[in-house]
Design a protein around this ligand. Structure first.
Ligand code: GLN
Length: 317
């Protein structure tokens, strides 16, 4: 057992959950009505160890849109399809130090990394092989990957979120045209189709229990602890976690790596996917966000977590 006294561990996590619950700072995302309308008081914490022990607290069965947490999954899929060299011809691997949707590219006219919007749009353009035309199959591949990463339970798609995302997407369109001007996309990329595909990926819905299993699959090097199925190659997961560590928390990424020391990815619906390599995956979900777009309770939970346990990357020194 990777956590020897799981009952005691669960008691400690429950204490951290309860201490974090009274924090009502921050605001829910309001750029689309579907996010503005969610009950902001909801708070879920779910975890899954690499040997399949699980704990779920609070609203852990409430669905939320994955939003930016689709970025590490799509990046991993692009790596699986094309390998590191092809993928990184189109997208960098350097933190941008800028907001997640800022209109900025690196010196080569490429997105800084796959964890910001420009890079995520680029990864969406890479989720097909030469000559493949069927965008429906690409979406099925993404949905099926989420399902397998999460241990086999079906994931959902929120069409209203998708429609709203599409009609309030000027910045993402601007990023798309900017990259097209720089000839950053693979040959024969259909920009509109790629952007719509990105909005669809953001509109996939899971609950905290499913996302914890997804994080646990990453913690376990690509093998799902629930089903035993290998979903991603170990190398893919290593690349993905490296970029989550340096770029996963928007322009708080450096601060998060310093203070928390774990690979993580946040999304504007309030999710936080946290990976403790070789130990467990954790998902927190709470919709109120700080100014940088990270879940306020999610960040507080992580602070308390590493204050209680030696999960920080360098705690073992
Ligand atoms: N759909 C959002 C966007 O593309 C997702 C961003 C996020 O979660 N940070 O702007």
């Amino acid at each position: 057992m990777v956590i020897r006294d799981f009952d005691e561990f669960c008691r400690d996590i429950t204490d951290i959950y309860e201490s974090t619950l009274p924090n009502t700072e921050g605001q829910v995302a309001s750029y689309i009505p579907q996010l503005a309308r969610v009950n902001p008081d909801q708070f879920a914490v779910s975890l899954c160890t690499v040997d399949g022990q699980r704990l779920s607290l609070g609203d852990s069965k409430a669905d939320f849109s994955v939003q930016s947490t689709c970025k590490p999954i799509n990046y991993s899929l692009a790596l699986q399809l094309h390998g590191e060299h092809v993928v990184h011809r189109h997208v960098g691997r350097e933190p941008s130090g800028r907001g997640f949707n800022e209109l900025t590219l690196n010196h080569d006219g490429r997105p800084h990394n796959p964890m910001i919007n420009a890079g995520a749009i680029m990864c969406c353009s890479l989720l097909k092989r030469e000559g493949e035309v069927n965008v429906a199959d690409r979406f099925d591949l993404v949905m099926d990957t989420w399902r397998r990463l999460g241990g086999g339970t079906k994931v959902k798609f929120n069409n209203s979120v998708y429609l709203s995302e599409r009609t309030t997407a000027d910045r993402n369109f601007a990023l798309g045209y900017f990259m097209r001007e720089k000839q950053a996309f693979p040959a024969s990329t259909d920009l509109l189709e790629t952007l719509e595909f990105y909005f669809q990926c953001c509109s996939i819905e899971v609950h905290a229990e499913q996302m914890a299993a997804v994080a646990a699959t990453l913690a376990n090097g690509g093998i799902c602890p629930i089903s035993g199925e290998r979903v991603f190659e170990t190398k893919t997961v290593q690349h993905c976690l490296s970029l989550m560590y340096s770029c996963g928390m928007y322009d708080y990424s450096g601060e998060f790596a310093f203070t928390i020391g774990l690979p993580a990815k946040s999304g504007v619906a309030g999710a936080l996917m946290i990976v403790v390599p070789n130990v467990m995956g954790i998902c927190t979900w709470s919709p109120r966000l700080d100014k940088l777009g990270n879940s306020v309770r999610g960040i507080e939970f992580c602070r308390r977590l590493v204050a209680t346990f030696n999960f920080h990357n360098y705690d073992t020194l």
